[in-house]
Design a protein around this ligand. Sequence first.
Ligand SMILES: Nc1ncnc2c1ncn2[C@@H]1O[C@H](COP(=O)(O)OP(=O)(O)O)[C@@H](O)[C@H]1O
Ligand SMILES: [Mg+2]
Length: 414
Amino acid sequence: MPEHWPRDALIVLGASEEQIPLYQEARRRGIPTVAVDMRPDAPALSFADAALKISTRNTDAIADALGDACPAGIVGGASDAALASWHELGLRYGTTYVYPRSALAANDKATFHAIAASCGITGYGWTAPDNPDEVVAEAAGLRFPLMIKPADGSGSKGVTRITRPDDLPAAVAYARSYCASQTVIAEEFVQGRPLAIEVFMRDGRALMTCVKDKEFVDGSFVVRRLRTAQLSSATHNQLEATVERLCRALGIVNGPANFDLVLGADGRERVIEANARLGGDGVPRLLAAAYGVDVVRALIALALGEPFGSHLMPTRAAHAVLELIGSPLAVEGELVTWEGVAEARNTPGITDIELYAKPGDLVRPHDQSGHKIGLIVAAGPSVADASSALETARALIRPIIRPRPFLAATKGES
Ligand SMILES: Nc1ncnc2c1ncn2[C@@H]1O[C@H](COP(=O)(O)OP(=O)(O)O)[C@@H](O)[C@H]1O
Ligand SMILES: [Mg+2]
């Protein structure tokens, strides 16, 4: 099947909502894009110049379809599925920037725990045997409460916290249903302040580091809010040094990574997981709102083999808060309309409002990151200012969702 791909195109692995800014940045620069995504209705496809309807995991099929195209670069966004292909295709096409193979280790939470331990970072109890029947027995020996998760998961899919051994079999089965590798990890629950850290490395040093506090959707571990953390400079420096060490251990010399951590009352951080890629959940918007940095521009510059540091130089030192908008319903529904959007946009301090669902779309309960239907970002001189702007706008914006009870039986198939 002969295909003519645009010359010197940027191959963008994935076409979800989160990846739209990658396509927009390429277009702004006049660089044609070839999107790779298996979903025929992937939301970013309309921003691409050409598309390959292939899974981003299927490196060989992507290379077969691209043939002797000579891409200017290859880039992935906030998706773990594409990372191995990002590496392989970079080697195959000889692009200046090649996603580091060693960073693929972060995809497996057990492997990552071993890497963190090798960096001297305080750990906690966990087990991830290959056989899921063994995980139930082994986890019973850990200190409860426990977190039960897919070992290769992302977006809070299949994650539960349990307080009793009796709940282990159901939690393991649930995690396994979201687990490509079939391996489930049980971890001791770490008490403390949940944080997420975004870092962009240059020449083995953190050029930009943003520490954020995380708040979850009630009763889950799905991120609902992120806000720039107020920390002493000693704590900030300690956290930055930790993520720098982890990036070096993962072979990330240049490029983005993000980490989930818990800061304990003892002042020590325990690292929950790493994602060796741009953060999802609209994090690039929050970074732009707080510091005026542009990690999307930086990443595309990196992928094209260009200097990228200028995009990461802060132009302000504000604070920002981001809220992910999800369905308030516990059953599937249909979006009827959005109300109050214009008023919300006009609220002083609001920097971004993005709506991912449109009238008629199926809206699922907000039980995983991928089910969000929009986001809103506010900035201000302090976290309190940004939070109050966000509260005002959030009270104005209302997704009107009609329950679809007849579809509730299919819940969980995603
Ligand atoms: N062992 C743990 N102790 C405390 N909190 C945890 C633990 N494991 C996960 N969490 C919380 O749940 C969130 C989701 O888990 P995570 O391992 O990051 O899964 P995912 O890969 O789906 O993002 C984490 O970011 C963290 O806030
Ligand atoms: Mg996480």
